[in-house]
Design a protein around this ligand. Structure first.
Ligand SMILES: Nc1nc2c(ncn2[C@@H]2O[C@H](COP(=O)(O)OP(=O)(O)OP(=O)(O)O)[C@@H](O)[C@H]2O)c(=O)[nH]1
Ligand SMILES: [Mg+2]
Length: 347
């Protein structure tokens, strides 16, 4: 049975409504991957597998796990759970998407914070690389390490972390499918080059992340396509902020509020006293996108939180500086958030 070289699904040539359909027997891509590659057509996610199911194919000694971590969506990466689950393996951690990090975030510091968090969860990686799959010049050291691997390297991580992009960036395959839609890779795909072997796995799913809750069009609006630039607001009186129609945030005190979100996602600011009226009148009109039938609900937030970072899974983060204090946070039910001291470090 032949596998699609884009996503790993077994190809079939009989039923175009079923997974793995390819028009002709000489095709190397299923129709889904073909359309994605040639027309950029949006795709639906394959059903996600659990970490246990993925790992059961790889005994701890037979491979090195290459854990790809999306540095701009750290809180969706299930760092603690995955670190605990894979600590019996040989692990190399690859922080990806450094090209997108805003100037305010130091790559070196982020790596230190991540290392501490991994150690706390019992994981001491063999090595740690900070790379961008979009910048070939950042891959030199990692490539050197891969060439020296004695066993296959297995790419593991959340959907959209950039595992397949790394396969492409390392010139292991031209056909492998990459997309902004999560759940692109369906089954394990094996690639070989210069004496080393890499296996690209389907991504893991954090259901609390916005990327799994938005439709394809809104995902595009919310995604990071360029290096992230902070949008900075000075505040002197209680203010209400709307992040599209997805998140409502209220802040009091005097200081600044820095928003780190996709450049297409619109922010709106108003006086706290005008917040309710604007929300009622404009949610779904001016305040877009929204998740249909899921109004944001108030979260129980710690009292008087200032000088902190509020990370919203799959969307971005907000930093409060000076004496700005968080007074209200509303998110659609089921979306996760964390309040941290600095980006990458849980309070
Ligand atoms: N700017 C930037 N974008 C990246 C980088 N790596 C991956 N991407 C983008 O992230 C998105 C997801 O990339 P994929 O390689 O498909 O992610 P994946 O981990 O294979 O995802 P699944 O197959 O769903 O598990 C795509 O839009 C990529 O273009 C990077 O280093 N920098
Ligand atoms: Mg993939």
């Amino acid at each position: 049975m032949t596998k699609c070289e884009g996503c790993g699904i077994t190809l079939q040539f009989t039923d175009q409504n079923k997974e793995g359909y390819a028009v002709r027997k000489d095709m190397v891509l299923c129709q889904r991957c073909f359309r994605l590659a040639h027309y950029g057509s949006p795709i639906d996610a394959f059903e996600q597998q659990t970490l246990d199911a993925l790992l059961s194919a790889y005994p701890p000694v037979a491979c090195t796990l290459l854990w790809v971590v999306d540095l701009v969506d750290l809180e969706s990466q299930q760092i603690n759970q995955i670190a605990k689950a894979i600590c019996a393996y040989q692990v190399i951690v690859i922080g990806n998407k450094t090209d997108l990090l805003p100037v305010e975030v130091s790559v070196k510091r982020l790596r230190e914070l991540l290392s501490v968090r991994l150690r706390k969860n019992g994981l001491s990686p063999l090595a740690f690389y900070m790379i961008s799959a979009k910048e070939p010049e950042s891959l030199g050291e990692l490539q050197q390490c891969l060439v020296n691997l004695k066993v296959p390297g297995v790419l593991l991580g959340q959907a959209n972390a950039g595992k397949s992009s790394l396969i492409k960036a390392l010139n292991l395959s031209k056909q492998v499918s990459v997309s902004r839609y999560p759940g692109t890779t369906a089954k394990a795909l094996t690639f070989q080059k210069e004496g080393y072997t890499l296996v690209d796995l389907p991504g893991l799913k954090d259901v609390q992340s916005f990327i799994w809750q938005l439709d394809n069009k809104d995902r595009e609006t919310c995604s990071f396509n360029k290096p992230i630039k902070a949008r900075i607001y000075q505040i002197y009186s209680p203010q209400c902020f709307f992040i599209g129609g997805l998140v409502r945030l209220e802040v009091a005190g005097a200081g600044s509020v820095l928003f780190f979100f996709g450049e297409q996602l619109k922010l709106h600011r108003t006086k706290k006293s005008n917040g309710d009226a604007l929300w009622r009148r404009q949610r779904g009109k001016l305040l877009l996108p929204v998740i249909k039938d899921r109004d944001p609900v108030d979260q129980k937030i710690p009292n008087g939180k200032s000088q902190c970072v509020i990370v919203i899974k799959g969307l971005g983060w907000i930093r409060l500086a000076g004496k700005a204090v968080l007074t209200r946070l509303a998110l659609p039910e089921g979306i996760g958030y964390t309040i941290v001291e600095e980006y990458g470090k849980t309070c």
